[in-house]
Design a protein around this ligand. Structure first.
Ligand SMILES: [Zn+2]
Length: 322
């Protein structure tokens, strides 16, 4: 999930510093292991992602959420795909239409977005969440019944203060996670996902526009059963109080598209410098190095931007069954 100010836009990847346009950079964040020392909230006890055990394991089925969240999106006209170096991201315009509703327990004047899992008060209705953007993590951040998936898509929404006063002017983030499982059958890949990955620019900082309408609903699985819990942003500042939904049925991505995605967000080696030239000359004996891009950089590794799973600390998991 994203962090940063202003609609939570900065994705924190494996490479913490770098992507400078000159010199070699190898300063890694080790998927968040160093964050607790730098960001107070990353030391919290309601952090994300988490391991989501199989429902019904050890005879303990997840309890029903009592009232369900609902996710429905309209088509997106001429969307822009941004490669920010860590992920591909599609920002949703302010006038984008959707129908995403989140159930609330207790008095709406004081309720929080996570009341459905944190309160025992009766359900008092629902509020609207406005989608802001979606992006991807490789590999998945949540681990579902022991499985990591090739990618995890996050659709980031905000509940605004006019819906829930506790969310104030900044809004409260609500995130939907969808797993992407690898398939060798291209016909099983959503054509809309294919359009996005094929349009994705290969170089950091570049963006591309998909002509026509993109059906965002087609990025969701047919079965929308989800597990919900109270967690956090998966990147600094690791803000808690976030209502997570992770759908249990993955959509599919092909090896060809996954490879394109990983290359597009891969780590860069930028030159020229004597050591870089020497090392790449050695490497060239064994494999064909990727071409140098317009910034004088080469992709040298597949891109990864996932945080390690965090302790559940007894948090309740609930099931929204469809
Ligand atoms: Zn994310």
């Amino acid at each position: 999930m994203l962090a940063g100010s202003d609609a939570c836009i900065q994705v924190y990847g494996t490479v913490q510093e770098g992507h400078e346009k000159s010199g070699v950079h190898f300063t890694y964040s080790y998927n968040g292991l160093n964050w607790p020392g730098e960001f107070e909230q990353c030391r919290g006890n309601k952090q994300s992602p988490i391991l989501l055990p199989a429902s019904g394991a050890a005879g303990k089925a997840w309890p029903a959420a009592g009232a369900k969240s609902s996710f429905s999106y309209s088509s997106l006209s001429n969307p822009t795909i941004l490669n920010n170096g860590h992920t591909l991201m599609v920002a949703l315009p302010a006038d984008y239409k959707s129908a995403v509703t989140i159930p609330i327990r207790g008095d709406k004047k004081t309720a929080t977005p996570t009341s459905i899992v944190s309160s025992s008060a009766p359900v008092s209705g629902s509020v609207e969440a406005t989608p802001a953007q979606f992006h991807f993590h490789s590999h998945s951040e949540h681990v579902l019944a022991g499985a990591e998936y090739a990618l995890e898509m996050h659709i980031v929404h905000f509940i605004k203060g006019d819906q829930l006063p506790a969310c104030g002017t900044k809004g409260c983030p609500v995130v939907l996670g969808v797993m992407l499982a690898l398939t060798n059958d291209e016909s099983k890949v959503s054509p809309e996902l294919r359009r996005i990955i094929e349009a994705m620019p290969l170089n950091e900082g570049d963006s591309a526009t998909i002509k026509g309408d993109l059906n965002v609903n087609a990025l969701l699985p047919a079965n929308r059963t989800y597990v919900t819990y109270e967690g956090s942003l998966t990147a600094p500042p690791c803000t808690e109080g976030l209502l997570w939904h992770v759908m249990l049925t993955p959509i599919k991505i092909s090896e060809r598209l996954l490879t394109r995605y990983l290359e597009a967000v891969g780590d860069l080696l930028c030159g020229p410098s004597e050591s870089v030239v020497t090392e790449l000359a050695k490497a060239d004996k064994y494999f064909k190095a990727p071409p140098v891009d317009k910034n004088g950089c080469r992709k040298i590794a597949n891109g990864h931007n996932w945080r390690m799973t965090q302790p559940i600390n007894g948090r309740p998991l609930q099931l929204g069954m469809f």
